[in-house]
Design a binder for this molecule. Structure first.
Ligand code: ATP
Ligand code: MG
Length: 568
């Protein structure tokens, strides 16, 4: 491809609307253009990278026995009525009517379509398992479309659905898909972690999200380098390591005038915040007043609290007063009648609590559960933070942010039961099909790759998903030495099956370097007059910035070898 013909309008300035590196660089490198909120046109360079991501996805799906099909994007709303999702999905679902006033939706995901497809065709256990997938545009009227391709309203997804006769068979397909998804991330050059999104009753996971690590990610994670455990910090459980409070173990009331924060109390006692106990007063959904106690350096986790107390809220000033509680000085000892005391499990074996005394300007030290107060319930209450012990191996967890690029899910009989998709089992009984669903955000993956691979000059494509593998950059295209030398190398690389773009533009060297760096081609071959006279060109590795002279005789073989070794 000649750069002079390439439709890739680059931008010199950072677009004001782009917060994320991927959004900014995909716009600047002339790869995407915004049509409207959450709607983007993929320009030729982006299509090339997307095609490569899709090829990797197809390769992995096919390797694990899945078969590609393609369903309509328009879905009869009646199917969504049957599954019961039409109401539940809410305003993200794009709906419209055809000319006969029949209701349709634009598929945000296709469980209904696939269940409908197979319910009349898969009738016997002998036909199972079947795993079907497609790659197509999906539509979600996101409340806040943003970050370019990360959260679009129309985006490319690979969605797959398996139909199995037994739980063992579903587990097998599900485990295969997990392997495929890990491979897809690795082959696209993504550093990603499988994060358990949901645990099943038998202890195993029933849903895993693949999180590409990136500071700009919307998800907050903890993970363990030692054993590979990873979880969303909202969902993770851990036994927080707690230090004991000050004192000799007897209950002591201490005057702490004006010290209504953990920070002040911890400073006053000369003790780490972890050695103090944080008390939070709330009203549960059923109206019960509750005091929760957690280690001083941790926060009450909203999800976990909702699990325990329903739609709760923290007590207002008036509610505190009604319950005879004093903000900043709440604690477990002498808790007013009728208040339920729920404490974090990690505090169970701690016997010297430094905590509020339920009296303004006083704290206790040495408060001991069972002796000085009774706990109504021990529960997992806190949000896990970096440094907490791994729930599997006990080593300290690290914190990170992530972009969800894909997800695998065991659906069980949710859709098949609702939509009457049954099969005849070996024992002659009619049973609902067991289902799994498996999604890869293809366009989001493209953005995630850029998010992980860039510098101040632009994108740094991994070879596996680069729009072109090599850029040949003749500095003076009119020179009768430079141009023929460059052209010979281009032809040589093309003959080796290497994807080359030739910067044939009559631009200054600086402009060419900047654009090629911005577009992020992994290898750049620069042809200057002096080098060519000496029988050489310069090889620049985009990722490292490393430059070296390579003789014109050897450059084709050398670069072809480098590229091939890094293809997915
Ligand atoms: P999120 O929590 O980010 O909204 P989701 O859980 O709703 O995603 P799924 O229904 O699991 O997403 O869809 C499968 C994959 O499709 C996701 O892992 C993600 O990579 C991609 N995806 C989902 N929503 C969008 C979107 N609005 N824009 C781009 N990609 C998306
Ligand atoms: Mg998801």
């Amino acid at each position: 491809m000649y750069m002079s013909r390439l439709y890739a309008p680059t931008l010199k300035e950072d677009p004001a609307e782009a917060e994320l590196a991927s959004h900014r660089l995909l716009l600047r490198a002339g790869m995407i253009r915004k049509e409207a909120a959450g709607l983007y046109t993929y320009l030729p360079l982006a299509i090339r990278s997307l095609n490569k991501i899709e090829a990797i996805v197809r390769d992995e799906m096919d390797a694990f026995g899945a078969q590609e099909l393609l369903t309509p994007i328009m879905v009869d709303a009646a199917l969504w009525e049957q599954s019961g999702r039409i109401g539940a999905y809410g305003p993200e679902l794009m709906r419209f009517k055809d000319r006969h006033e029949r209701d349709f939706v634009l598929g945000p995901t296709h469980e209904e379509t696939l269940t409908d497809l197979v319910r009349n065709e898969l009738r016997s256990y002998k036909q199972l398992p079947v795993n079907l997938y497609q790659i197509q545009d999906k539509f979600r009227d996101e409340i806040r479309p943003r970050f370019g391709l990360m959260r679009g309203r129309e985006f490319i997804m690979k969605d797959g659905y398996s139909f199995n006769a037994t739980q063992e068979s579903l587990q097998e397909t599900y485990d295969d898909m997990k392997r495929a998804y890990a491979n897809i991330c690795a082959r696209c050059g993504l550093k990603a972690l499988p994060v358990v999104a949901d645990s099943g009753q038998i202890g195993g996971d029933t849903s895993v999200e693949y999180m590409a690590l990136a500071d700009a990610g919307e998800a907050s994670l903890v993970y363990c380098d030692a054993c590979g455990f990873a979880a969303d910090d909202e969902a993770a459980s851990t036994q927080v390591a707690v230090t004991e409070g000050p004192g000799d173990g007897t209950l002591q009331k201490v005057s702490t005038p004006g010290m209504g924060t953990i920070e002040a109390v911890s400073k006053f006692f000369g003790f780490p915040e972890n050695g103090t106990r944080k008390s939070l007063a709330l009203i549960a959904e059923d109206g019960t007043p509750v005091v929760c106690i957690v280690p001083g350096d941790h926060e009450l986790n909203d999800c976990k609290a909702e699990h325990l107390f329903g739609e709760y809220h923290l007590m207002t000033e008036e509610e505190l007063e009604e319950n005879h509680l004093h903000k900043g000085f709440i604690g477990p000892v002498n808790l007013p009648e009728g208040i339920r005391l729920v404490c974090d499990e990690s505090l169970k074996s701690s016997t010297k609590w430094a905590c509020g005394a339920n009296e303004v300007d006083y704290h206790y030290t040495g408060a001991c559960p069972g002796r000085d107060f009774e706990v109504d319930e021990w529960a997992d209450l806190v949000t896990v933070v970096a440094g907490d012990p791994c729930p599997h191996c006990g080593k300290p967890l690290a914190g990170a942010r992530g972009i969800e690029v894909s997800q695998v899910f065991q659906l069980g009989t949710k859709y098949s039961a609702a939509m009457g998709a049954t099969f005849m089992d070996e024992d002659g009984k009619e049973k609902p099909l067991l289902m799994g669903c498996y999604g890869v955000g293809v366009s989001r993956t493209l953005a995630a790759v850029v998010e992980q691979h860039n510098d101040e000059h632009g994108i740094i494509w991994p070879v596996s998903v680069a729009p072109y593998e090599v850029a040949v950059v003749p500095l003076d295209v009119n020179d009768d030495l430079v141009w023929p030398a460059a052209k010979a190398v281009v032809d040589g690389l093309a003959a080796e099956g290497i994807e080359v773009v030739v910067d044939d533009r009559k631009e200054r060297a600086g402009v060419k370097f900047a654009d090629n760096d911005l577009m992020g081609f992994p290898y750049q071959l620069v042809f200057g007059k002096r080098a060519v006279k000496g029988g050489a060109c310069e090889l620049k590795v985009r990722a490292t910035g490393e430059r070296s002279e390579v003789s014109l005789d050897e450059v084709v073989a050398k670069v072809a070898e480098l590229v091939r070794s890094q293809r997915a």
